[in-house]
Design a protein around this ligand. Structure first.
Ligand code: AHG
Ligand code: MN
Ligand code: MN
Ligand code: MN
Length: 332
């Protein structure tokens, strides 16, 4: 009998997690607690985000992260909030963050899970009041609890994820996640401090007429990418590129579309990071009936070799990602 009880829209995140507990294989409540810890940190970041124009947390802090990017105050603030919430929650043994060069050994003596996180996605948009997000990916620890964290714990293929999700701090703040039993979206009601189920069992349209790519790098795109973009123009698709992956991805989830960050002269392997951007959204989009490739290969099958490795990213409606792949196979 299907363990997922059809809940009325408006169910809170907590009740939803409790009711769907048995969807989490092997978990006896720890994964539920982990999701709650992330949701809590999202509330805190959301509140600080809403004040960005008023208190002095906009702008850069004058430091660079391991990506060679200028860290924004909210990059660092969000990073601290999520690391603190995950550390206090006690379910996590290690964290990989965009903003930290090395793996954070939270507590290898007890936590069952490893979390890879992009604490603030779309940082360039913070100061101009455009939607930004958080992206997270959850793995089970492989090495025995109590021993030091090993590479095998934090360089796992995307197919090994037990959960993944994103927060979108937009016109309304949402939490969207999967534990491998479909995708569900929750909208945050700040006056009640609760997330309410607003998008049950999300599925991405098989086709779409929206493409998201930074065409400023057109001259350095490969032939297959250029040919696919010509195809999009011949089909008179709409170009929509926000500069926040989470915002472009979420819109495409609801309306259908494809987001592409291909190899460019500046970023030969693309700009997006496999562990805390591409794998998480690839898991979500596949659970919603969509696809995610590096142009040709399935993202979730890529074996990671380093924490911050980048990978070309084609993600969204199944037929659109497959069409883009055809152009890659024709030319190669
Ligand atoms: P982050 O802010 O976490 O570093 O990620 C930014 C990413 C993604 O959110 C966005 O789509 C892309 O960078 C924009 O890159 P370009 O400015 O090169 O188009
Ligand atoms: Mn960044
Ligand atoms: Mn990002
Ligand atoms: Mn980021």
């Amino acid at each position: 009998e299907d363990s997922r009880i059809a809940l009325p829209i408006g169910t809170t995140l907590d009740r939803f997690i409790k009711r769907n507990q048995d969807d989490f294989q092997y978990a006896t409540g720890e994964l539920s607690q982990l999701l709650r810890d992330i949701a809590l940190a999202g509330k805190v970041v959301n509140r600080e985000m809403n004040k960005a124009g008023l208190i002095n947390i906009a702008g850069a802090i004058g430091t660079m992260n391991v990506q060679g990017e200028e860290q924004q105050k909210l990059d660092v603030l969000a990073n601290i909030r999520f690391i603190r919430a995950l550390t206090k929650g006690g379910e996590v043994c290690a964290i990989i963050s965009e903003e930290d060069e090395k793996v954070i050994d939270v507590d290898h003596s007890k936590g069952k899970y490893v979390v890879a996180i992009d604490p603030l996605d779309g940082s360039s948009n913070i100061d101009v009041n455009v939607s930004v997000g958080t992206i997270f990916s959850v793995y089970r620890r492989i090495s025995p609890i109590g021993s030091p964290i090993q590479k095998e714990d934090y360089l796992q293929k995307g197919t090994e994820q037990v959960a993944a999700g994103y927060l979108l701090y937009g016109s309304s703040t949402m939490l969207v996640y999967t534990t491998g039993a479909g995708v569900n979206g929750f909208t945050y009601e700040p006056s009640l401090g609760e997330y309410f189920l607003s998008h049950q069992n999300m599925t991405i349209p098989k086709d779409g007429k929206i493409y998201s790519i930074n065409e400023g790098s057109l001259f350095s795109f490969s032939e297959p990418v250029k040919r696919y973009l010509e195809y999009c123009r011949e089909e008179t698709y709409s170009g929509r590129y926000i500069g926040s992956l989470v915002a472009d991805f979420h819109r495409n989830m609801l309306k259908g579309g494809i987001y592409i960050y291909p190899s460019t002269a500046k970023n030969p392997n693309g700009k997006l990071r496999l562990l805390y951007e591409c794998n998480a959204l690839a898991f979500i989009v596949e659970q919603a009936g969509g696809k995610a490739t590096d142009g040709i290969n399935r993202i979730l099958d890529v074996k990671p070799t380093s924490l911050h490795q980048r990978v070309p990213f084609f993600v969204g409606s199944k037929n659109m990602v497959e069409k883009a792949k055809v152009f890659h196979e024709m030319i190669h």
